[in-house]
Write a protein that binds this ligand. Structure first.
Ligand code: SAH
Length: 211
Protein backbone atom coordinates (compact mmCIF):
# COMPACT_ATOMS: atom_id res chain seq x y z
CA UNK A 1 0.00 0.00 0.00
CA UNK A 2 1.17 3.54 -0.69
CA UNK A 3 1.84 5.90 2.20
CA UNK A 4 -1.35 7.97 1.92
CA UNK A 5 -3.81 5.09 1.58
CA UNK A 6 -1.99 3.18 4.29
CA UNK A 7 -2.50 6.09 6.71
CA UNK A 8 -6.16 6.37 5.68
CA UNK A 9 -6.70 2.63 6.21
CA UNK A 10 -5.13 2.82 9.68
CA UNK A 11 -7.45 5.74 10.49
CA UNK A 12 -10.44 3.76 9.27
CA UNK A 13 -9.46 0.85 11.53
CA UNK A 14 -9.22 3.30 14.45
CA UNK A 15 -12.75 4.58 13.70
CA UNK A 16 -14.04 1.01 13.65
CA UNK A 17 -12.42 0.34 17.04
CA UNK A 18 -14.25 3.43 18.37
CA UNK A 19 -17.47 2.09 16.86
CA UNK A 20 -17.09 -1.10 18.92
CA UNK A 21 -15.03 -3.57 16.85
CA UNK A 22 -12.89 -5.44 19.37
CA UNK A 23 -11.01 -8.18 17.47
CA UNK A 24 -7.51 -6.84 16.84
CA UNK A 25 -6.88 -9.18 13.91
CA UNK A 26 -9.94 -7.75 12.12
CA UNK A 27 -8.78 -4.16 12.70
CA UNK A 28 -5.35 -5.18 11.48
CA UNK A 29 -6.81 -6.65 8.26
CA UNK A 30 -8.81 -3.44 7.63
CA UNK A 31 -5.67 -1.36 8.26
CA UNK A 32 -3.68 -3.34 5.71
CA UNK A 33 -6.26 -3.63 2.89
CA UNK A 34 -6.38 -0.92 0.17
CA UNK A 35 -10.17 -0.41 -0.09
CA UNK A 36 -9.74 1.91 -3.10
CA UNK A 37 -8.63 -1.11 -5.13
CA UNK A 38 -12.22 -2.42 -4.86
CA UNK A 39 -13.85 0.73 -6.25
CA UNK A 40 -13.98 2.67 -9.52
CA UNK A 41 -11.36 5.40 -9.75
CA UNK A 42 -14.13 8.03 -9.52
CA UNK A 43 -15.06 6.80 -6.03
CA UNK A 44 -11.54 6.13 -4.76
CA UNK A 45 -11.51 9.37 -2.76
CA UNK A 46 -14.36 7.97 -0.63
CA UNK A 47 -12.69 4.59 -0.07
CA UNK A 48 -11.83 5.14 3.59
CA UNK A 49 -15.12 6.68 4.69
CA UNK A 50 -17.26 4.44 6.86
CA UNK A 51 -19.99 4.18 4.22
CA UNK A 52 -21.36 1.67 1.72
CA UNK A 53 -20.39 2.50 -1.89
CA UNK A 54 -21.71 1.45 -5.34
CA UNK A 55 -19.72 -1.20 -7.27
CA UNK A 56 -21.84 -1.28 -10.45
CA UNK A 57 -24.69 -3.60 -11.53
CA UNK A 58 -26.84 -2.05 -8.76
CA UNK A 59 -24.65 -3.66 -6.08
CA UNK A 60 -22.76 -2.14 -3.15
CA UNK A 61 -19.57 -2.63 -1.21
CA UNK A 62 -20.84 -2.82 2.38
CA UNK A 63 -20.04 -0.21 5.01
CA UNK A 64 -16.65 -0.98 6.64
CA UNK A 65 -18.27 -1.20 10.08
CA UNK A 66 -20.59 -4.02 8.99
CA UNK A 67 -17.77 -5.82 7.10
CA UNK A 68 -15.70 -5.73 10.30
CA UNK A 69 -18.62 -6.70 12.56
CA UNK A 70 -19.59 -9.71 10.43
CA UNK A 71 -15.95 -10.78 10.18
CA UNK A 72 -15.52 -10.50 13.94
CA UNK A 73 -18.61 -12.66 14.55
CA UNK A 74 -17.44 -15.26 12.05
CA UNK A 75 -13.83 -15.69 13.14
CA UNK A 76 -14.47 -15.94 16.90
CA UNK A 77 -14.74 -19.74 16.62
CA UNK A 78 -11.49 -19.94 14.59
CA UNK A 79 -12.97 -21.44 11.39
CA UNK A 80 -10.68 -23.35 9.01
CA UNK A 81 -12.90 -23.38 5.95
CA UNK A 82 -15.26 -20.49 5.19
CA UNK A 83 -17.85 -19.83 2.47
CA UNK A 84 -18.88 -16.30 1.48
CA UNK A 85 -22.06 -15.68 -0.53
CA UNK A 86 -21.95 -12.50 -2.67
CA UNK A 87 -18.32 -11.88 -3.69
CA UNK A 88 -19.24 -8.44 -5.10
CA UNK A 89 -16.16 -6.22 -5.20
CA UNK A 90 -14.08 -8.83 -3.35
CA UNK A 91 -13.29 -6.53 -0.39
CA UNK A 92 -14.96 -8.72 2.23
CA UNK A 93 -13.25 -11.74 0.67
CA UNK A 94 -9.88 -9.97 0.90
CA UNK A 95 -10.43 -9.30 4.61
CA UNK A 96 -11.51 -12.91 5.27
CA UNK A 97 -8.67 -14.39 3.21
CA UNK A 98 -6.18 -12.76 5.60
CA UNK A 99 -7.85 -14.37 8.61
CA UNK A 100 -8.85 -17.90 7.62
CA UNK A 101 -6.82 -20.69 5.94
CA UNK A 102 -9.35 -21.47 3.20
CA UNK A 103 -12.06 -19.28 1.65
CA UNK A 104 -14.67 -20.17 -0.98
CA UNK A 105 -16.80 -17.37 -2.44
CA UNK A 106 -19.84 -17.35 -4.77
CA UNK A 107 -21.13 -14.52 -7.00
CA UNK A 108 -24.07 -14.51 -9.44
CA UNK A 109 -22.79 -11.62 -11.62
CA UNK A 110 -19.92 -12.80 -13.81
CA UNK A 111 -18.32 -9.38 -14.42
CA UNK A 112 -18.08 -8.67 -10.68
CA UNK A 113 -16.55 -12.09 -10.09
CA UNK A 114 -13.86 -11.57 -12.75
CA UNK A 115 -12.84 -8.20 -11.27
CA UNK A 116 -12.80 -9.55 -7.71
CA UNK A 117 -10.58 -12.46 -8.74
CA UNK A 118 -8.06 -10.06 -10.32
CA UNK A 119 -8.01 -7.84 -7.24
CA UNK A 120 -7.28 -10.68 -4.84
CA UNK A 121 -4.55 -11.95 -7.11
CA UNK A 122 -3.02 -8.48 -7.13
CA UNK A 123 -3.00 -8.53 -3.32
CA UNK A 124 -1.27 -11.94 -3.35
CA UNK A 125 -4.22 -13.64 -1.66
CA UNK A 126 -4.17 -17.14 -3.10
CA UNK A 127 -6.27 -19.12 -0.61
CA UNK A 128 -9.58 -18.20 -2.27
CA UNK A 129 -11.72 -20.32 -4.64
CA UNK A 130 -14.30 -18.50 -6.76
CA UNK A 131 -17.61 -19.89 -7.99
CA UNK A 132 -20.02 -18.27 -10.43
CA UNK A 133 -23.46 -19.42 -9.40
CA UNK A 134 -26.46 -19.13 -7.12
CA UNK A 135 -25.53 -18.68 -3.47
CA UNK A 136 -28.96 -19.96 -2.32
CA UNK A 137 -27.60 -23.41 -3.20
CA UNK A 138 -24.24 -22.97 -1.47
CA UNK A 139 -21.26 -24.99 -2.74
CA UNK A 140 -21.87 -28.47 -1.42
CA UNK A 141 -18.94 -30.39 -2.85
CA UNK A 142 -16.45 -28.04 -1.15
CA UNK A 143 -18.26 -28.18 2.23
CA UNK A 144 -18.92 -28.63 5.07
CA UNK A 145 -17.89 -25.15 6.23
CA UNK A 146 -16.91 -24.01 9.73
CA UNK A 147 -18.26 -20.60 8.82
CA UNK A 148 -20.59 -19.17 6.18
CA UNK A 149 -21.12 -15.44 5.61
CA UNK A 150 -23.91 -14.10 3.42
CA UNK A 151 -23.39 -10.50 2.26
CA UNK A 152 -26.85 -9.93 0.74
CA UNK A 153 -30.21 -10.04 2.54
CA UNK A 154 -32.14 -13.31 2.25
CA UNK A 155 -35.95 -13.41 2.59
CA UNK A 156 -35.54 -16.63 4.59
CA UNK A 157 -32.49 -18.61 5.76
CA UNK A 158 -31.43 -20.83 2.80
CA UNK A 159 -31.84 -24.51 3.72
CA UNK A 160 -28.77 -25.52 1.67
CA UNK A 161 -26.52 -23.25 3.74
CA UNK A 162 -27.76 -24.76 7.02
CA UNK A 163 -27.02 -28.23 5.60
CA UNK A 164 -23.51 -27.23 4.53
CA UNK A 165 -22.52 -26.01 8.02
CA UNK A 166 -20.08 -28.22 9.92
CA UNK A 167 -20.80 -29.22 13.54
CA UNK A 168 -20.65 -26.01 15.63
CA UNK A 169 -20.28 -24.09 12.40
CA UNK A 170 -21.52 -20.49 12.33
CA UNK A 171 -23.71 -18.80 9.69
CA UNK A 172 -23.75 -14.99 9.62
CA UNK A 173 -26.68 -13.76 7.53
CA UNK A 174 -28.89 -10.70 7.09
CA UNK A 175 -32.52 -11.83 6.92
CA UNK A 176 -35.62 -9.86 5.95
CA UNK A 177 -37.00 -7.74 3.15
CA UNK A 178 -37.49 -4.11 4.22
CA UNK A 179 -36.62 -4.54 7.89
CA UNK A 180 -33.53 -6.75 8.00
CA UNK A 181 -31.75 -8.29 10.95
CA UNK A 182 -28.28 -9.73 11.09
CA UNK A 183 -28.43 -13.26 12.51
CA UNK A 184 -25.72 -15.51 13.92
CA UNK A 185 -26.83 -19.13 13.60
CA UNK A 186 -24.76 -21.94 15.19
CA UNK A 187 -25.19 -25.62 14.37
CA UNK A 188 -25.41 -28.26 17.11
CA UNK A 189 -26.13 -31.57 15.37
CA UNK A 190 -29.55 -31.16 13.80
CA UNK A 191 -30.38 -28.16 15.99
CA UNK A 192 -29.64 -24.57 15.08
CA UNK A 193 -29.28 -21.81 17.65
CA UNK A 194 -30.12 -18.35 16.29
CA UNK A 195 -29.07 -15.04 17.82
CA UNK A 196 -30.15 -11.58 16.60
CA UNK A 197 -27.14 -9.25 16.33
CA UNK A 198 -28.43 -5.92 14.99
CA UNK A 199 -30.58 -4.20 12.35
CA UNK A 200 -28.87 -3.96 8.94
CA UNK A 201 -29.52 -2.82 5.35
CA UNK A 202 -28.24 -5.01 2.49
CA UNK A 203 -29.06 -5.46 -1.19
CA UNK A 204 -31.25 -8.57 -1.69
CA UNK A 205 -29.99 -12.12 -2.15
CA UNK A 206 -31.52 -12.89 -5.56
CA UNK A 207 -32.56 -16.29 -6.87
CA UNK A 208 -30.44 -17.79 -9.64
CA UNK A 209 -27.27 -16.70 -11.45
CA UNK A 210 -27.31 -13.91 -14.05
CA UNK A 211 -26.53 -15.09 -17.59
N1 SAH B 1 -19.22 -8.95 -0.13
C1 SAH B 1 -19.39 -7.93 -1.14
C2 SAH B 1 -20.75 -7.27 -1.00
C3 SAH B 1 -21.44 -7.19 -2.31
S1 SAH B 1 -23.15 -6.79 -2.31
C4 SAH B 1 -18.24 -6.93 -1.14
O1 SAH B 1 -17.38 -7.00 -0.26
O2 SAH B 1 -18.18 -6.08 -2.02
C5 SAH B 1 -23.89 -8.38 -2.47
C6 SAH B 1 -23.46 -9.23 -3.62
O3 SAH B 1 -24.26 -10.42 -3.57
C7 SAH B 1 -23.68 -8.64 -5.00
O4 SAH B 1 -22.48 -8.66 -5.72
C8 SAH B 1 -24.74 -9.55 -5.65
O5 SAH B 1 -24.57 -9.72 -7.04
C9 SAH B 1 -24.50 -10.84 -4.89
N2 SAH B 1 -25.64 -11.77 -4.89
C10 SAH B 1 -26.95 -11.49 -4.76
N3 SAH B 1 -27.69 -12.61 -4.81
C11 SAH B 1 -26.80 -13.64 -4.99
C12 SAH B 1 -26.94 -15.06 -5.12
N4 SAH B 1 -28.13 -15.67 -5.10
N5 SAH B 1 -25.81 -15.79 -5.29
C13 SAH B 1 -24.60 -15.21 -5.34
N6 SAH B 1 -24.40 -13.88 -5.21
C14 SAH B 1 -25.49 -13.11 -5.03
Amino acid sequence: MTGVSSTLAVNLARKLAEAGIREQVVLQAVASTPRELFLDAALAHKAYENTALPIGQGQTLSQPYIVARMTELLIQSKPQKVLEIGTGSGYQAAILAQLVPELCTIERIKSLQIQARQRLKKLDLHNVSFKYGDGWKGWSNRGPYDGIMVTAAASTVPEALLNQLAEQGVLIIPVGDDAQQLLKITRFGNEYHSEVIEAVKFVPLINGELA
